[in-house]
Write a protein that binds this ligand. Structure first.
Ligand code: BG6
Length: 462
């Protein structure tokens, strides 16, 4: 019978800037997320305390985490993926010493998880960095940022070495090509050389932190995190097949460097063909040799690639400019739903790297409405997650090594792309709307009970 391994980790994933709130408490500095109140694609805006930017409070996880963790434990979670807000530890990014109050907060959080036997998985930078580093140094455009990131990472690795054994460096590192979270603008506003130089700095920083983690916590595992943007050729025309290969390489390149330890030949050609000049030192090349222990990725959708320029202009739609697949339905936000694509992606990654895989995000953003009894009957979410998990089980049966699955947003949170509350992913409903109104009370949706059963049976109920 097809099964999940006995030690398979089940749980959910959240990010500091999308749940914590408390954006200026206990010495926290402003992050890039704090100044992008309209989401990761939005403009930088001045923040004024109490101006009701939705992320100022988010879902108030900073104060309510004991209640939330109890609810997660009620579903039987064995793993919770969280991120550390870099600005709680180094408020401006360039301080010599960490902020003790920020460190103490995550101690309390990890202790609470331990009390419920939930393994923490920690992302060091989830779509945010200190605004001070962007303002004063140019963010990842500056080589100095590598040192600031390593200092921050070493501080938290040393502090939590007994409490955290699963780490991730940058969330969806390949999104640096599409959104200006790195302090370097979009390709429209920065040159390709500037964008790839900033990415190079991040890749070197990631590798240096992999090395630091191996030194500081020898029994820990540290991985990368990719947005798994699997592309299919729109047709079987050879030109479309080649175009899909190239578009897949646009994200696989990050995995290739982080898993294999050097720049692949196709990327060097891409740089040559596009007149991209980047500064790669011998020390950088040496640093990149520290490769990750496992690969984590998010999976929401697939897209199609075509070499036909006219079709591209006409059809390219969602955030990654994918051409829609005529065979798939879409979510309310236009994200195409493709459970089988998850099995394919798991196999592609396994065949390419032969490293353990962890699905650290997957889920359906939907407009939930509580019924007359106050319960969200989210059968659509159950069906989405069920279909995806069935394909994970198929991939395991194909021989792929999968460490675990953390669904995105097990509790409703602020969306990353548009900073809205109405795009809900949770098993737990949070009473707060897009304008910030609501009691912040938590309640269980129908999917809460479904996921509890999945975990209790280690996937046999699927
Ligand atoms: C991933 C991010 O891209 O997708 C999360 O790592 C994000 O931070 C998630 O929330 C879903 O995207 P959105 O825009 O629906 O929140």
């Amino acid at each position: 019978m097809k099964t999940f391994p006995d030690n398979f980790l089940w749980g959910g994933a959240v990010a500091a800037n999308q749940v914590e709130g408390a954006y200026q408490e206990e010495g926290k500095g402003l992050s890039t997320s704090d100044v992008q109140s309209q989401g990761i694609f939005g403009p930088v805006t001045e923040r004024v305390a109490g101006d009701s930017g939705i992320k100022d409070i988010a879902i108030d996880f900073y104060h309510r985490y004991p209640e939330d963790i109890k609810l997660f434990a009620g579903m039987g979670f064995s793993c919770l993926r969280v991120s550390i807000a870099w600005t709680r530890i180094f408020p401006n990014g360039d301080e010599q010493q960490p902020n003790e109050a920020g460190l103490a907060f995550y101690d309390r959080l990890f202790d609470e998880l331990a009390a419920h036997d939930i393994t923490p998985m920690v992302t060091l930078s989830h779509y945010e960095m200190p605004w001070g580093l962007v303002n004063q140094y140019g963010g990842w455009g500056s080589r100095q940022t590598i040192g600031f990131f390593e200092r921050y990472a070493r501080a938290v690795l040393a502090r939590y070495k007994e409490k955290v054994k699963l780490w991730l460096t940058f969330n969806e590192i390949n999104m640096s090509l599409h959104a200006p979270m790195t302090g370097v603008g979009l390709p429209e506003t920065s040159s390709k050389s500037e964008v790839y130089q900033a990415i190079h700095h991040q890749l070197v920083a990631s590798a240096l932190v992999v090395r630091a983690c191996h030194e500081i916590i020898p029994d820990a595992r540290i991985g990368n995190m990719l947005l798994g943007g699997l592309m299919y050729p729109l047709t079987c025309k050879p030109e479309d097949v080649l175009e899909a290969l190239q578009q897949n390489r646009a994200w696989q390149f990050f995995g290739d460097v982080q898993c294999r330890g050097s720049y692949p030949g196709y990327m060097l050609r891409f740089f040559r063909d596009n007149g991209i000049q980047i500064d790669i030192t011998d020390a950088d090349r040496e640093a990149l040799k520290s490769t990750v222990d496992y690969i984590s990725f998010s999976y929401y959708m697939t897209g199609c690639a075509t070499a036909d320029d006219a079709l591209n202009q006409q059809l390219r739609g969602n955030i990654l400019s994918m051409v829609p697949n005529p065979h798939l339905a879409s979510s309310e936000w236009g994200w195409q739903i493709d459970p089988l694509g998850l099995r394919t992606l798991l196999n592609v990654l396994w065949d390419r790297y032969q490293k353990p895989l962890f699905i650290v995000e997957n889920g359906l953003g939907a407009k939930d409405k509580p019924d007359a009894d106050g319960v969200v009957q989210d059968d659509y979410r159950i069906s989405y997650l069920n279909d995806h998990l069935v394909q994970v089980r198929e991939a395991i049966d194909d021989g792929v090594e999968v460490m675990g699955y953390t669904s995105w947003g097990p509790i409703d949170l602020v969306s990353a792309s548009k900073a809205e509350m109405s795009k809900r992913y949770g098993f737990i409903y949070v009473d707060r709307d897009d304008s910030g109104k609501g009691t912040l009370a938590r309640s269980r949706k129908k999917s809460f009970w479904w996921y509890k059963e999945v975990i209790a049976t280690n996937g046999e109920s699927l």
